[in-house]
Design a protein around this ligand. Structure first.
Ligand SMILES: O=P(O)(O)OC[C@H]1O[C@H](O[C@H]2O[C@H](CO)[C@@H](O)[C@H](O)[C@H]2O)[C@H](O)[C@@H](O)[C@@H]1O
Length: 285
């Protein structure tokens, strides 16, 4: 993958709903293939991961668009967890930030990063619990190929102690790498794999790497930037960032378009569904 990517401040990225003609032009008549992040994109960010439940309205929109376009959910969550939360049959689900992929019908695609990381991750999970369980509000969330250490609910005064545990555990497990996210650090296998590589791999494996397909990745977090960058290398590929520029004015993104929040993600998905239902004959998404 090229390492020369274009990044812009979020405020300079065109809004996908305010500027539908620009998005239509970028799609260029291609059929969108949708790759959806979960937290912060399909659901608002909430204090506890277990409370980020998909609304019935959101599920209806995703189900509608999945009836007419290819849809994959590519999440940092454990794959069974995000499958349970989305609860729509027939989608492609990737969990653990793209390390764990399943397609409908099961098992026909061989995940290029499969391998037995369980012993290393189990040991790191124990070490994180040993250090973090004493910190009020800290939360360790184990996924098959990643361990999230959440600090959203800890006191500011406890952050140095939280960070020290991450440094100490990270130092003991050189086979793991640390990835930051929204008020979270995750330990994952230290191999060259992320959501972007997962999306490129899925495009090939699902025979979607075609000139008539425009892969769109909709996401909010820094881990989604890997997918936005990857799609800059694909003809017709577009990242769509879910972020309000006012919340982090300094943030830069590799996304081509943006919306402000998960409600607007649903509006955009509904527009894309409407366009596909009309056979691409509407003027713009
Ligand atoms: O790639 P995603 O599907 O967006 O998953 C990224 C992480 O999302 C979850 O944590 C984040 O959302 C929580 C619920 O809103 C929030 O409480 C937390 O602070 C955020 O970091 C999830 O718990 C992680 O496992 C995912 O990796």
């Amino acid at each position: 993958m090229s390492d020369t990517f274009t990044h812009r401040r979020v405020a300079d990225v065109p809004h996908a709903l305010d500027d539908p003609q620009a998005l239509a032009a970028a799609l260029g008549g291609r059929t969108p293939a949708l790759f959806l992040d979960y937290d912060g994109t399909l659901t608002p960010i909430v204090p506890r991961p277990e409370d980020a439940v998909l609304s019935d309205a959101a599920r209806a929109v995703v189900r509608r668009v999945a009836a007419v376009l290819p849809v994959a959910v590519v999440s940092g969550r454990d794959r069974p967890d995000v499958e349970r939360l989305v609860a729509i049959d027939g989608l492609i689900y990737a969990g653990s930030h793209g390390f764990d992929v399943e397609v409908p019908g099961g098992g026909t695609l061989e995940n290029p990063v499969s391998g037995d990381w369980s012993q290393t991750l189990d040991a790191a999970e124990r070490a994180l619990h040993a250090g973090l369980d004493a910190i009020d509000g800290a939360q360790v969330e184990r996924k098959k190929f990643s361990i999230a250490a959440h600090y959203r609910r800890i006191a500011d005064a406890d952050y140095p102690a939280f960070r020290a545990v991450l440094d100490e555990v990270g130092g003991r497990f050189p086979d793991l790498k640390e990835k930051p996210g929204k008020k979270v650090f995750e330990l994952q296998p230290a191999i060259d794999w992320h959501k972007g590589k997962c999306v490129l791999w899925l495009l090939q494996a699902l025979d979607l790497d075609r000139p008539d397909v425009a892969p769109l990745f909709l996401g909010d977090d820094v881990t989604d930037e890997d997918a936005f960058r990857a799609l800059q290398t694909v003809d017709g590929g577009l990242g769509i960032l879910c972020a309000d520029p006012a919340e982090d004015p300094a943030r830069e993104t590799a996304a081509a378009f943006r919306v402000d929040d998960p409600d607007q993600i649903l509006t955009l998905l509904a527009r894309l569904a409407g366009l596909a239902e009309a056979g691409g004959e509407e003027d713009a998404p």
